[in-house]
Design a protein around this ligand. Structure first.
Ligand code: AVJ
Length: 320
């Protein structure tokens, strides 16, 4: 067995607690489902497709900012830092950093998909034979601890790309990052990708692509609940709906019921009015100043890299 995998640390989420979350969410006045449910096999595949869409500027822009500034970024992180990635997925983005740093102390990928984690660890081990890989199978929004290691990195750096932080309500986002900062201690780095505020059309187009990949991604959540929890959502009776909520500075993604209907889930029935929606995702957009302020209780902003049109920001903080 791959020695990296024999060290896999598990905090496996319970199937029951996920069903509970689903039922809780569908019992609220504004019904909702947790965004993390998007990423089953099909959802992860669709998300990869979204990242290639013309309208979805986020991934492309973030990657080109990283590529254009990789030397500078790596010199700020320090050559032998320990990289800790929240939501590592297929561990593609980390490769730029791993190749740019001279001798990173190690890489801790944390992901909610065990399959993703195992495959990406195997692939990385082939391409970076000298790299210490310490995978953690966990929902990183829940408490977890780092694996034990017997070396002393100059610095720990949390890498949180993709503007995934935008999925959380600002209050929770700041709590969550402050907690991680406290847990990892003073001087810990945070390299984070943040989608920036911009005109409504550009934002709304990114979540309403012409090929309807985002719609499929959104509706897949219902298919998944049918499959994994025995619900009977009729997919044709639902529609993707995404818009920019200016007041709150966020994209909202919902699934809208096209008819009055009842859905069976776990032995009970849930009623939906015609046009009633299930909220599936927030995607908050920030200004650099807003974001700096948001986590100022634990972090000091050190550097900012952005693209020419200021669409996306890569921010580097250190805990104080
Ligand atoms: C991965 C959370 C950053 O909010 O833009 C893409 C997910 N949702 N299209 C985002 C997503 C719809 C994405 N994040």
């Amino acid at each position: 067995m791959n020695s990296n995998l024999s060290r896999l640390k598990k905090f496996e989420p319970e199937a029951e607690s996920i069903l509970e979350e689903i039922i809780d969410g569908l019992s609220k006045p504004q019904k909702e489902l947790p965004s993390k449910l998007f990423y089953d096999k099909k959802g992860s595949f669709l998300f990869d497709e979204i990242c290639e869409l013309d309208e979805y500027y986020l991934t492309r822009t973030e990657t080109s900012i990283m590529t254009d500034n990789i030397e500078d970024i790596c010199s700020v992180l320090g050559d032998d830092c320990l990289l800790i990635e929240l939501g590592s997925g297929s561990s593609k983005k980390i490769r730029l950093l791993l190749s740019g740093l001279t001798n990173p102390a190690g890489y801790v990928p944390i992901d909610i998909s065990e399959e993703h984690l195992i495959n990406s660890v195997k692939a990385l081990a082939m391409d970076y034979p000298d790299l210490r890989i310490l995978p953690v199978y966990a929902d990183y929004t829940q408490p977890f601890s780092l694996p034990n290691y017997d070396f002393t990195p100059t610095k720990k750096v949390v890498y949180y790309p993709g503007s995934t932080i935008g999925n959380f309500e600002p209050k929770y986002a700041s709590q969550f990052l402050n907690n991680i900062g406290k847990q990892l201690g003073k001087g810990t780095g945070l390299l984070i990708g943040v989608d920036l505020k911009k005109d409504t059309k550009t934002l709304e187009d990114a979540y309403n692509d012409k090929q309807d990949v985002t719609a499929e991604f959104n509706l897949n959540m219902l298919e998944r609940i049918n499959r994994e929890h025995g619900a009977d959502f009729i997919i044709e009776d639902w529609e993707h709906w995404a818009f920019y909520n200016q007041e709150h500075g966020r994209i909202e993604m919902h699934i809208k019921s096209l008819a009055e209907q009842k859905v069976r889930l776990n032995g009970s029935k849930i009623n939906f009015e015609q046009n009633e929606t299930i909220l599936t995702e927030y995607s908050y957009k920030y200004s650099i100043d807003d974001f700096k302020e948001l986590i100022s209780a634990s972090y000091r902003l050190e550097r900012v890299w952005t693209d020419e049109e200021n669409k996306f920001g890569i921010l580097y903080f250190e805990t104080v």
